[in-house]
Ligand binder design. Structure first.
Ligand code: G3P
Length: 217
């Protein structure tokens, strides 16, 4: 399973990238707003750091404007994946942009039927939003399972990109179900390393080691 980082924070991306944990990056208008940076400049900087796909989202709502914005974003670097919303116009833009040879990430997916349409439109990635479904008491993981089954039934190449990840459990479940990619905020990815028994065990080893009076270096 590939790890994408869901942020436009250059420092956070660099830190995780140095550990080899960054297979790609996803951004959206809210994350660009949080970064306080110009979309073109910050996206260019991310693309220079990361080899894998970097999603940059269009903001227009009609297909022809989405296509124009997508073409402009795609010119930033060869690893741009143009992100379009899962609307009828977004699907039309997806079809056109993929036929022009660009990677497309279809975002704001909340149903298996939407994911089916995105695959038919040639999407490179489909982004089902797990956390936002959980927020309204619908199990977001059920959607990941349904899409996995449908895509496997018909051998669609579209990669399932689990998005709106809020907890490490979302990542475990995505891995078990077989999502191709997850995109998570940097703090959630770092939490994957945490376990209370690890901390407790380390504390005990440190205390016992002090009692030996030894040094390794
Ligand atoms: O990748 C989409 C993601 O950024 C949405 O996350 O937590 O705002 O629902 P969230």
């Amino acid at each position: 399973m590939k790890f994408f980082i869901d942020t436009a924070d250059i420092q956070a991306i660099s830190e995780l990238n140095e550990m080899g944990l960054v297979d790609g990056v996803t951004t959206n208008p809210s994350l660009i707003m949080k970064s306080g940076r110009d979309i073109i400049e910050v996206t260019k900087e991310i693309c220079s750091l990361v080899k894998g796909p970097v999603s940059a989202e269009v903001v227009a709502t009609d297909a022809s404007s989405m296509i124009k914005e997508g073409e402009k974003l795609a010119k930033i670097a060869s690893n741009i994946a143009v992100k379009v919303p899962l609307t009828w116009d977004g699907l039309r833009a997806c079809k056109e942009l993929t036929s022009e040879g660009y990677m497309v990430n279809v975002t704001l997916c909340f149903s298996a039927n939407q994911a089916l349409l995105a695959a038919k439109a040639g999407a490179t990635f489909i982004s089902p939003f797990i956390g936002r479904l959980d927020d309204i008491n619908i199990d977001g993981m059920d959607l990941i399972s349904e899409i996995r089954t449908i895509y496997d039934n018909f051998e669609f190449d579209t990669q399932i990109l689990g998005a709106s990840i809020r907890t490490v459990n979302h990542i475990t479940q995505c891995a078990l179900i077989g999502a191709d990619v997850i995109t998570a905020p940097p703090n959630v990815l770092k939490q994957l390393a945490e376990h209370p028994l690890t901390f407790k065990g380390l504390e005990l080893f440190t205390k016992d080691w002090a009692k030996t009076g030894q040094k390794i270096i």
